[in-house]
Design a protein around this ligand. Structure first.
Ligand code: SF4
Ligand SMILES: [Zn+2]
Length: 356
């Protein structure tokens, strides 16, 4: 029996089936949930014939991060971000670094109204709010209410999403979302996502990217977590890069992220640097202009290079920006090539920019 203090709020994204069951439409699981039960994420469930978001207003984690940590590199670089999460997730990743939050099925967290979330972001001097650490589409009604308040205060909104979304959740994103980074794992290869994530295939992620392209103006970046041996297939990476090039365009940033062992995959090792470099080469061969290697501080492929003259236009170390070689219109200082980056940093962290 659910207590009143964990009832949260009635969700918006659901439909009623002829059988009387409710179908949640917040993510591509499309759980059909009977009375008194919860969906796979554990935070949306049916009470008194209504689908409720139990974690509405319950923030389990809140941190200030640089936007580069999401990772996002072509939207408001150098911004300070207030990152929040709830419990629960629609994926069951065996390597999840946030498993304590994402796989927790207990409804808990610090009570915060959307106004309090935004006030906290303002008080910390944040430029944006990121809905991250667990999958934000599962608590999208709360994120939307925070996001609408954030816009009133001049603060932008980012989703760090696995992309296992629906047309209904993408339509709701239009109300408040400015930027999204869609995180592939193992390049979305079917065998990998079945075994290590617990989803049948990655088709809904590709569809989400098309829906965001067709229905919204949200700035989009893509990441791909490369897991050694089981999630580093080069053909799958080629397919993903080809999709991004054909469907989203060559200016779309892609980040190949290094895997670190965690949770149920402690016996695995870190992704070899050469593997990440091979994936990066595939992206460049296909024609993606802005490919990055992530989670390898000090690597030369953290920087942004001018596609025309090969000048380093933005020099990075980890999450810090070390030099900014773009003019007032974000064109290359050397040759004038326009680099598709929205905004520019307020400050350059030269003091934190030490390559060792
Ligand atoms: S958000 Fe949760 S309840 Fe809704 S479809 Fe996804 S896993 Fe199921
Ligand atoms: Zn140039």
């Amino acid at each position: 029996m659910l207590r009143n203090d964990v009832l949260g709020k009635e969700a918006t994204l659901y439909t009623r089936l002829p059988s009387g069951r409710l179908r949640c439409t917040a993510c591509a699981r499309f759980c059909e949930i009977p009375e008194g039960k919860v969906g796979l994420c554990g935070i949306r469930g049916v009470v008194d014939s209504k689908l409720r978001l139990f974690v509405y207003g319950k923030v389990i984690a809140g941190h200030i991060d640089p936007i580069e940590k999401k990772p996002v590199t072509h939207y408001r670089p150098g911004s300070s971000i207030f990152s929040i999460a709830t419990t629960g997730c629609n994926w069951l990743c065996k390597y999840c670094q946030n498993y304590d939050i994402s796989q927790r099925r207990k409804i808990e967290g610090t009570e915060m109204t959307p106004e309090q979330v935004v006030d906290t972001a303002v008080n910390y001097g944040a430029d944006g709010i990121a809905y991250t650490y667990n999958e934000p589409s599962i608590f999208i009604e709360f994120a939307r209410d925070c996001g609408i308040e954030a816009h009133k205060k001049g603060i932008f909104n980012i989703f760090v999403s696995n992309g296992y979304d629906t047309i209904e959740s993408v339509n709701m994103m239009k109300d408040f979302l400015d930027c999204i980074t869609i995180d592939f794992k193992g390049s979305g290869k079917q065998e990998f996502v079945r075994q290590f994530i617990g989803i049948p295939n990655a088709d809904p992620i590709f569809q989400t990217l098309k829906n965001i392209r067709d229905k919204t103006t949200i700035h989009t970046e893509v990441t791909d977590l490369i897991v050694p041996e089981v999630g580093d297939d080069l053909d799958a990476a080629r397919k993903l890069c080809r999709f991004i090039y054909d469907e989203l365009g060559p200016d779309t940033p892609i980040h190949f992220l290094r895997f670190h062992p965690d949770y149920k995959m402690m016996e695995f090792s870190n992704t070899p640097i050469e593997t990440l470099e091979k994936h990066h080469s595939i992206a460049k061969e296909i024609g993606l202009k802005y490919a990055y290697v992530g989670n390898v501080p000090g690597h030369a492929l953290e920087h942004t290079y001018c596609p025309e003259c090969k000048n380093i236009v933005i020099e990075r170390y980890g999450f810090s920006i070390g030099s900014w070689n773009l003019d007032a219109n974000n064109c290359c200082n050397r040759c004038g090539y326009p680099i598709p980056i929205i905004g520019k940093p307020n400050k350059i962290h030269k003091n934190r920019f030490q390559i060792v």
